[in-house]
Design a protein around this ligand. Structure first.
Ligand code: MIG
Length: 770
């Protein structure tokens, strides 16, 4: 292709500077009060400014009319009736909630948003809100020298996005994910600005193509959208954790996943037959490697028709699924959105007869080429389509299936633009809009349809859903994997900041294809990646057709032993992991965290992309280079204990750490605790004993809430859970623990305590020596 040669940088391609034709919103003419704030009539359009909660401000520009927009489908928070005060003076209006304020300069209209004490969150001076005649909208804010930017969902590159230009347009990218490869599959137009140890957030709720430019100017950033309204939210903070809590209060939080989905997943494009699946499972048993899930990629279908099994390859899918399930192994099949154009195929017939597919405004169905050949695409923006699609999953649940993998839902189409014609019109539950305007929502709506459908069908059991594409708020429905990475060390490195930023963007349950999807893996890479995989919230080994196989034993015994050790470790740490998932469900906080989230006063943490925290007290510092057994590790304030050797390290400094191929460097904060269960073949096997590993530290205090429930139903929503909050104080060789239990669930295990790094210590639990 010409674009892949130097033709791509032909002299005629030089762009002239854009932006000259933007129309500024202009001066204020008048304003009216409305629920939570004001609507401003400006020379060139309307701006609405309203508090939808005390710490969340919504700003909307509508250059065409004064209507207040309806909520996008990402939003779950109901607008509260926030009382505010308003002062109107000659050149500005000031509106205050209990926690935030906005100063509105009148000529021209420019905003400054502050907290009640005067901390500036966003500020506009030279430039503010503007649009083009052709429908593009843009907004500028001042950028300060110390600003760091985090979030933006699934992006390549390092943790801090300052100096980047980020695009949101859900895209199927099989080409290698380079630092410049953008956009990818997900669009999460949300970010956190971290400024002088405080934070605030901004979410641009626009599902067309959007661009965040933190690059072109040194003192301003901008965000823009191809079409639709400039509709955005500002979150008060003041900590990064507060921002995440506020953003997920608006867009929703992840349910607690079924426990089996937190175990190890094995996948391959594809395990092609029933025998292959059975052999695979037997191999895991024979080799004593835990396994919770096997994924079925596209080969299981009859001619890639969704909601079918190929009878030659899988003559007895129900028998297969149930036999495996009895042993504790779940089968998760792939489901793509494209429905094969075939008048003898029931799903296609139903879609056509009941008018469920995406169409052009003239009424003809849109067809695109995907795996099954010419295909139609369900219009998931319509409730009747979502219900239909959801109900169709009875085909799978009747076979015993409880988890689904949604792929190609950007939607990906095999054509020049790689997606659906942007002229297609979506019904959008009665408010029709073009695909151009709703593109980034397609995968999200498919996930909603699938998740809700499964939930209805599964009779109080928790479904598991994995999606490739999504939009802000997708965490309510699905886990996310980061698409077609490659078996490159660079992609292992890249996966850390990517998963951390996805986590900061409200999606806790995410992970890359461990071992790498495309290209050929090798024993060393797979071993190192599995070590990290044991601590990524979603843990699946997946690889592409025609690549070298990368099941745990694929590279020989030396590597197999290391891999087994780390899959086992995943299961040992499960009580800790599960407790972190509960926390995320309640607060939105991620499981895998950048160090800056926990140590925002320590400048050295601001840009760390190659280490992460697991919860708030564990640091994982993987080796991510070949033939390397040593690395620098930064440990923040306090003292840290090596998980393997119990060696104590002083914080506030870098250490050179040795790690042979079988060692993943793990450090536990002194004074804190991690909860372990036992290794097991899969999550069906319940723990009978848990161990609280306490890492003694003089004069330390720490708090952690252990969580458990039945692991498979929604009964946790009606009080059937077990929570025990431990407040641990260490002093004078004494570990003093105060605990508080709540919930109606009686766990099947007993708890045991072990104290590390102090062999004379006494433990006092709730006043009694143990
Ligand atoms: O165009 O279903 O990202 O995980 O194995 C390839 C085959 C389609 C892309 C997914 C990958 C999956 C593959 N799919």
């Amino acid at each position: 292709m010409l674009q892949d040669t130097s033709f791509a940088i032909h002299p005629s391609k030089k762009m002239t500077l854009e932006n000259h034709d933007y129309i500024d919103i202009g001066n204020l003419l008048s304003f009216t009060e409305q629920k939570g704030g004001v609507e401003l009539q400006c020379e060139n359009g309307f701006l609405s400014v309203r508090f939808i909660d005390e710490d969340i401000l919504r700003i909307t520009m509508n250059h065409e009319g004064s209507t207040i927009p309806t909520n996008s489908k990402a939003i779950v928070l109901e607008e509260k009736n926030i009382s505010y005060s308003l002062t109107d003076s000659e050149d500005e209006i000031v509106i205050k909630s209990n926690k935030m304020q906005i100063q509105i300069k009148k000529t021209p209209v420019r905003f400054t948003v502050l907290d009640r004490e005067g901390r500036v969150l966003i500020k506009e001076s030279k430039k503010g809100h503007a649009y083009k005649n052709t429908g593009e909208v843009i907004c500028y804010k001042e950028m300060e020298e110390q600003d760091h930017f985090y979030g933006f969902g699934e992006k390549t590159g390092f943790l801090n996005k300052r100096g980047e230009k980020l695009k949101m347009w859900n895209s199927d990218v099989y080409a290698p994910h380079n630092p410049e490869t953008d956009p990818l599959y997900q669009s999460i137009p949300f970010f956190i600005t971290f400024r002088k140890e405080s934070a605030h957030g901004l979410f641009l709720d626009n599902t067309s193509r959007t661009v965040f430019d933190l690059q072109s100017e040194n003192d301003h950033y901008s965000f823009e959208a191809d079409c639709g309204l400039l509709d955005y939210y500002i979150f008060l903070g003041p900590t990064m954790k507060d921002v995440i809590e506020q953003y997920t209060r608006l867009t929703g939080r992840a349910p607690i996943p079924p426990k089996w989905s937190l175990g190890y997943h094995q996948s391959r494009y594809s395990y092609e037959t029933e025998e292959e699946v059975i052999d695979l499972v037997n191999k895991f048993k024979e080799k004593n490697i835990p396994l919770d899930v096997v994924h079925l990629d596209i080969h299981y279908m009859r001619g890639y028709r969704v909601f079918t099994f190929d009878k030659d390859r899988f003559p007895n899918p129900g028998y297969l699924v149930n036999t495996l399930k009895n042993e504790g192994i779940h089968v998760v099949p792939i489901v793509d959105p494209g429905v094969k154009e075939d008048p003898e195929y029931k799903i296609y017939q139903e879609g056509i007869r009941n008018d469920l597919f995406c169409k052009y405004i003239e009424g003809n169905v849109y067809f695109g080429d995907v795996w099954p050949g010419n295909s139609a695409f369900p219009d998931f923006t319509m409730e009747k389509v979502r219900n239909w699609w959801g109900e169709k999953h009875k085909f799978y649940t009747d076979l015993g299936i409880e988890g689904i993998w949604n792929d190609m839902n950007e939607p990906a189409v095999f054509n020049e633009t790689k997606t659906m014609d942007v002229k297609v019109i979506h019904g959008n539950d009665g408010d029709p809009k073009t695909h151009r305007e709703l593109h980034n929502l397609y995968g999200y709506m498919m996930s909603e349809a699938t998740y809700k459908g499964l939930k209805k069908l599964l009779n109080n059991k928790r479904p598991f859903l994995l999606t490739r594409a999504g939009y802000a708020g997708v965490q309510k429905y699905a886990a996310v994997w980061t698409g077609d990475n490659r078996s490159f060390w660079e992609h292992l490195q890249m996966s850390l900041p990517m998963i951390m930023n996805i986590g900061l963007s409200g999606i806790p349950f995410a992970g890359p294809d461990v071992g790498g999807f495309a290209h050929d893996s090798n024993g060393e890479l797979l071993s190192r990646w599995m070590q990290v995989g044991a601590f990524t919230p979603f843990f699946r080994n997946h690889s592409a057709i025609l690549t070298k196989r990368q099941e745990p034993w694929a590279f020989g015994e030396k590597y197999e032993d290391i891999i087994r050790k780390y899959i086992n470790l995943r299961y040992q740490w499960m009580p800790q992991t599960y407790s972190l998932f509960r926390l995320s469900h309640e607060t939105g906080l991620p499981i895998v965290r950048p160090l800056v989230l926990e140590y925002p006063n320590d400048e050295k943490t601001f840009n760390i992309s190659d280490q992460f925290m697991y919860g708030d007290n564990v640091i994982i510092a993987p080796i991510m280079q070949p033939h390397t057994t040593v690395r620098a590790v930064y440990l923040p304030e306090g003292r840290w204990v090596d998980y393997w050797t119990n060696e104590v390290y002083e914080g506030n400094q870098y250490h050179l750490v040795q790690a042979e191929l079988d060692v993943l460097p793990i450090f536990i904060k002194e004074g804190s605790v991690v909860f372990h269960g036992s290794t097991k073949p899969n999550m069906k096997v319940k723990d009978t004993e848990l161990t609280a590993h306490i890492y003694y530290g003089d004069n330390t205090s720490y708090e952690f809430t252990l969580y458990d429930d039945d692991g498979e139903t929604f009964d946790y929503e009606v009080n059937k859970y077990f929570k025990q909050t431990f407040k641990i104080n260490c002093y004078n060789n004494e570990v003093n623990i105060q605990s508080e239990v709540s919930g109606d669930f009686t766990p099947p295990w007993k708890l045991k305590f072990v104290v590390h790094n102090n062999n004379q210590s006494k433990i006092i639990l709730d006043g009694e020596m143990i």
